[in-house]
Ligand binder design. Structure first.
Ligand SMILES: C[S@@+](CC[C@H](N)C(=O)[O-])C[C@H]1O[C@@H](n2cnc3c(N)ncnc32)[C@H](O)[C@@H]1O
Length: 142
């Protein structure tokens, strides 16, 4: 899933040999792209229950906390209970946050990451890289 036409084009090329891999271009704020016609075509019914979600080098570029938290809520909506969302956010607190700059995303402290887990229905069981550009979080759906 990516907001960019070019990135989804490259991703489709990269997984062309894997018939069960699907690439979606989304609207930059939610996961609604995985519902609708695509699922009907594959005969996947409601509710969609995902076992594992993963995100790398995306949230670290998003300058809005609201959008990142919305994605985390969206992943929660689609995961089955007990399932893992492993993802990475910007953890570096020394970077000045510029709302119009889509290179440096909003950063999270450990406390903020724990609060986000709690508010989005997850348990934060592991973390790695607090204070770093690559701050990894392991959120398990309650
Ligand atoms: C450094 S690239 C990494 C791409 C890919 N995740 C990877 O690991 O190769 C950052 C990606 O984040 C995407 N991105 C930025 N803001 C986004 C948003 N709000 N929603 C979805 N994708 C976004 C960009 O289009 C870009 O492809």
């Amino acid at each position: 899933m990516d907001i960019s036409d070019e990135m989804t084009r490259q991703a489709k090329q990269a997984v062309a040999d894997f018939p069960n891999a699907h690439v979606f271009r989304n609207n930059g704020k939610d996961l609604s792209a995985v519902s609708g016609p695509w699922r009907r075509r594959l005969g996947i019914g409601e509710p969609l229950e995902i076992d594992f979600a993963f995100s790398f080098m995306v949230f670290q570029h998003i300058p809005s906390r609201e959008i990142i938290e919305n994605y985390v809520r969206e992943v929660h909506r689609l995961l089955r209970p007990g399932a893992l969302f492993k993802f990475q956010v910007q953890g570096c607190c020394n970077v000045a946050h510029e709302p119009q700059n889509s290179w440096v995303g909003v950063s999270f402290t450990e406390q903020e990451a724990r609060r986000m887990a709690q508010e989005c229905g997850f348990e934060m069981r592991h973390q790695y890289g607090a204070g770093d550009q690559y701050y990894w979080l392991w959120f398990f759906k309650k």
